[in-house]
Design a protein around this ligand. Structure first.
Ligand code: F6P
Length: 492
């Protein structure tokens, strides 16, 4: 650890708590004259971070979502926002390319093939370095820096080099694959080394942490004991420990619960049912339009039930919200075409005039409308083929203040670890999906209520604020490198 004087030569900033994420928690709209306006984006992460940011004098480093010159750092709602600039080419190679066409499929069981391109990797390194520099500029001496997600896996290592005085946490929001899959990545050792720049590496599930620890042993030869990696002189000239463990993320549960109690939202839920023709059963799917979500598996299962006559519109209806996502990436374009052809066929075959079998909505909605949809839906379908957590499942539960509604949940979501009272499915098993959908429609009210009550207890107790608190407390108490090496020499 350098002395405070030595730090004078480093670019030391003024913030004690710095979040580094691919995106800033605001949407910036650029005007033709180059000026901009912005609106806070209502994500769960920003809700969790807000109180920590305020009480800790916080800064958030991230991309605006646009290209070209980024605005200078500015203050909003008690926090400093520090935009990171990306050129058009960098958005293609770093965001759409390496992050979302290499890492995303590789970390989600290679549902579609992962593409490996050396120039994408070069840009990923360059952009990660830029994020690390921006974080170093904002962080005060000894600050806590919390890096988020797969787009920024090299930031911990780069940042440690620039600022050995700060404590670095990293949270991985998506699955971490088994080493057998991860090993396909030509730059696997560099990625693992990037993450090992952190003091604490958090994952959604214990299985993700185990996968990471196995990759560390296999690819770096560094020893692990329980959830701790003991980095020795063969890896670093400053031996230290890295903890890798699970911190399952959650939502701002009280906010969904509160919204669901608003008379306007309840009225909107009634209106939605009416607009759908007051069917007996409303199935609901809410996803980013992503191949990991199993939307086609869901449509096929529903379609077969219609073909067999087990379910018959207009007594039942499926509402599928598929919000636009990563539209510059080819696999997302292909998936959109396939989903839209499938929905078109189902509607052609099974709709009646004014009563489509599937309501397909390629939009994003605000929290009020989403809560009303959750309240209106009898059966929520979460059929992901692989999902770090799946917060939609938790949002549905937090919105069901009436303790009604049935959640069908893929066992391949992180949420499945916690939400044991949902109806679990393997989305690849079409017969199992169909059986679950039929059982959900026939479930006795008492059983549905018993399950929903247990699910609500879980989600209301473990909210996103608790998640952030657990992570930050663990990071704060992590031994600093000096402490670690002293301990080790005492042990010796
Ligand atoms: O779940 C991973 C994640 O990157 C989230 O952090 C983000 O909200 C979501 O996917 C959407 O991703 P993007 O920023 O690519 O639109």
């Amino acid at each position: 650890m350098p002395s405070k004087n030595a730090d004078k030569e480093l670019a030391v900033g003024e913030f004690d708590f710095v979040v580094v994420a691919n995106r800033l928690p605001v949407d910036i709209q650029y005007q033709d004259d180059g000026s901009f306006t912005w609106q806070q984006s209502p994500g769960g992460l920003v809700t969790a971070m807000e109180p920590v940011m305020r009480s800790n004098h916080g800064a958030w480093v991230g991309w605006t979502g646009g290209t070209g010159d980024a605005p200078d750092p500015f203050d909003t709602d008690g926090m400093r926002l520090a935009p990171v600039e990306l050129s058009e080419e960098e958005v293609t190679d770093y965001y759409e390319g390496f992050s979302n066409a290499t890492l995303w499929p590789l970390y989600h069981d290679v549902i579609v093939p992962a593409e490996f391109h050396r120039h994408w990797w070069d840009t990923y390194q360059k952009v990660n370095e830029r994020f690390a520099q921006a974080a170093a500029q904002q962080a005060a001496y000894g600050a806590l820096v919390w890096v988020h997600d797969y787009q920024l896996q090299l930031v911990p290592q780069y940042l440690r080099k620039l600022r050995p005085d700060v404590k670095i946490g990293y949270f991985h929001h998506i699955p971490f694959p088994p080493v057998e899959l991860f090993s396909q990545l030509p730059w696997r050792t560099q990625i693992v080394s990037g993450l090992l720049g952190a003091d604490l590496v958090g994952f959604q599930r214990p299985g993700d942490a185990r996968n990471f620890l196995r990759s560390v042993r296999r690819l770096t030869g560094q020893p692990t004991r329980g959830s701790v990696v003991h980095l020795n002189e063969r890896f670093t000239n400053m031996p230290r420990q890295v903890r890798a463990t699970a911190f399952p993320i959650s939502i701002d549960s009280a906010a969904f619960d509160d919204r669901a109690r608003q008379p306007e939202v309840q009225e909107r839920a009634r209106q939605i049912r009416e607009e759908l023709g007051n069917p007996e059963i409303i199935f609901l799917g809410v996803d980013r339009l992503d191949y990991t979500k199993g939307i086609l598996h869901r449509l096929k299962s529903y379609g077969e039930l219609l073909t067999e006559g087990t379910l018959a519109p207009p007594q039942c209806v499926l509402v599928q919200v598929a919000s636009p996502s990563r539209e510059g990436v080819e696999q997302y374009q292909l998936l959109r075409d396939e989903i839209e052809v499938t929905v078109g066929r189902l509607n052609g075959d099974y709709s009646e005039l004014g009563h489509p079998a599937v309501h397909y909505l390629h939009h994003s909605y605000d929290h009020d409308e989403m809560t009303a949809l959750y309240l209106a839906a009898d059966v929520m379908l979460v059929t992901s083929l692989r999902d770090g957590m799946n917060l939609v499942a938790k949002e549905y539960i937090a919105s069901r203040i009436d303790e009604n509604g049935v959640l069908i949940l893929s066992e391949f979501t992180g949420a499945a670890d916690e939400l044991r009272h949902a109806m679990m499915i393997n989305p690849h098993d079409y017969e199992g999906n169909k059986e679950a959908m039929v059982r959900a429609t026939e479930m006795p009210a008492r059983e549905a209520r018993r399950r929903m009550r247990a699910l609500r207890r879980r989600v209301m107790e473990n909210d996103v604020a608790k998640w952030a608190e657990r992570f930050i407390d663990t990071l704060k108490t992590h031994p600093s490198p000096m402490h670690t090496s002293a301990e080790q020499s005492e042990e010796a």
